[in-house]
Design a protein around this ligand. Structure first.
Ligand SMILES: [Zn+2]
Length: 370
């Protein structure tokens, strides 16, 4: 991930820290210095390090819960108000997803509870909300910060943990696809509510609202795609009627093909039927303008296109489409020859068809009820 620094690794999971987290630390440091001089700044730094530890422990809660179900985590990136653990895949079973999602906030609940117990009657509840005030004891501040972490993360909207908890709970009685849809709608409802509250009280909330709203739509689309892709083979979803270009084709030939067909991405296939690359419409137009119509397509195509076997599961193809951020994935037969293409658009069409069929969103519980 760009703009991240690597701190080390724990049990095969790299620990990264995002630049905005550092900026947040600097901001708090400055606030402390201006309020109480170097002494307060030192106190503040200690608090910041402890806060950082709590965020890290929160993420490790997710990581170890996921590992219990056999899901590995490549890295954990720390942001000012939480971390993002990039797991290889989320467990698909609602019960497992629930445990993994809740394991993070549970760590902060445990830390806050332990500190509150220790502070006992000395604690004035009002101080918990004032973490940028240097006059408050360190333990109370750390407890307050953990409570804030829990509240923020349990907002029932993607990509917050609360959104996943909500989705998992819904999925227990209505199936994955419908649960995702409903959870995303509820999340966007919360985002709108936050936006309104933000206009009335605190502009910070507007930024959070916009973030939740965008993330909820993206997450919902991806989760729905995964739900549809499960149990489907690549060969059931791929495009089989398409125009390809030979290795000796020019940008002019590609432009002709663009006009003749409805395709916007053209595979370049060599004599042996192997995929050499893909020329997109945008790259084609750019090449036409900057380098002329006689430019060989081999020079302007995108070469590193992932391929999947036609017999592979569709979720694998979806993952490489999402992760590698390529316009298409090539589909090959047993001999490595190109036999099909998968694009984001045709996966979208696949989703529309599946959800239009009456039994589309029936999970194990949904079908029993019909
Ligand atoms: Zn979390």
């Amino acid at each position: 991930m760009p703009w991240s620094l690597r701190l080390g690794s724990i049990g095969g999971t790299a620990i990264l820290i995002h630049v905005t987290f550092l900026l947040f630390l600097i901001w708090l440091g400055v606030v402390y210095w201006r309020a109480g001089g170097p002494e307060a700044a030192l106190q503040g730094t200690i608090f910041i390090v402890l806060l950082f530890l709590c965020v890290l422990l929160h993420e490790l809660g997710h990581v170890f819960a996921a590992r219990y179900y056999g899901v590995k985590t490549r890295d954990v990136t720390l942001w000012p108000f939480g971390g993002i653990a990039s797991m290889e895949e989320m467990p698909e079973r609602p019960g497992q997803e629930l445990v993994v999602a809740i394991a993070g906030p549970a760590v902060n609940v445990a830390i806050a509870a332990a500190l509150l117990l220790w502070l006992g009657p000395r604690l004035d509840p009002e101080t918990l909300a004032r973490i940028d005030d240097p006059a408050i004891s360190l333990a109370a501040k750390v407890a307050g910060a953990n409570i804030m972490l829990v509240l923020f993360n349990m907002i029932p909207a993607f990509p917050m943990d609360g959104g996943r908890v909500l989705r998992a709970l819904l999925a227990m009685w209505m199936g994955n696809a419908r649960a995702t849809e409903l959870a995303a709608t509820i999340g966007q409802g919360f985002a709108i509510l936050f936006g309104v509250l933000g206009i009335l009280y605190n502009p910070m909330l507007i930024i959070i609202a916009a973030f939740i709203f965008l993330a909820a739509s993206g997450e919902a689309a991806q989760a729905q795609l995964r739900a549809v892709a499960q149990g489907t083979l690549v060969s059931d979803a791929m495009i089989t009627e398409f125009q390809s270009l030979g290795t000796s084709a020019t940008v002019n030939d590609a432009a002709d093909a663009l006009i003749r067909t409805t395709q916007t991405e053209f595979p370049i296939v060599d004599g042996a039927g192997r995929l050499r690359g893909v020329l997109t419409r945008d790259a084609m137009i750019k090449a036409l303008k900057e380098r002329g119509p006689d430019t060989p397509v081999l020079e302007v195509m995108q070469a590193d296109i992932p391929t999947v076997p036609a017999r592979a599961k569709l979720d694998r193809a979806v993952r490489s489409l999402m992760e590698k951020r390529r316009p298409v994935v090539g589909v090959t037969d047993g001999e490595g020859r190109l036999v099909g293409l998968l694009t984001v658009e045709n996966l979208g069409e696949m989703m529309m068809i599946k959800s239009a069929r009456p039994d589309a969103s029936a999970g194990p519980w949904g079908s029993a009820r019909r």
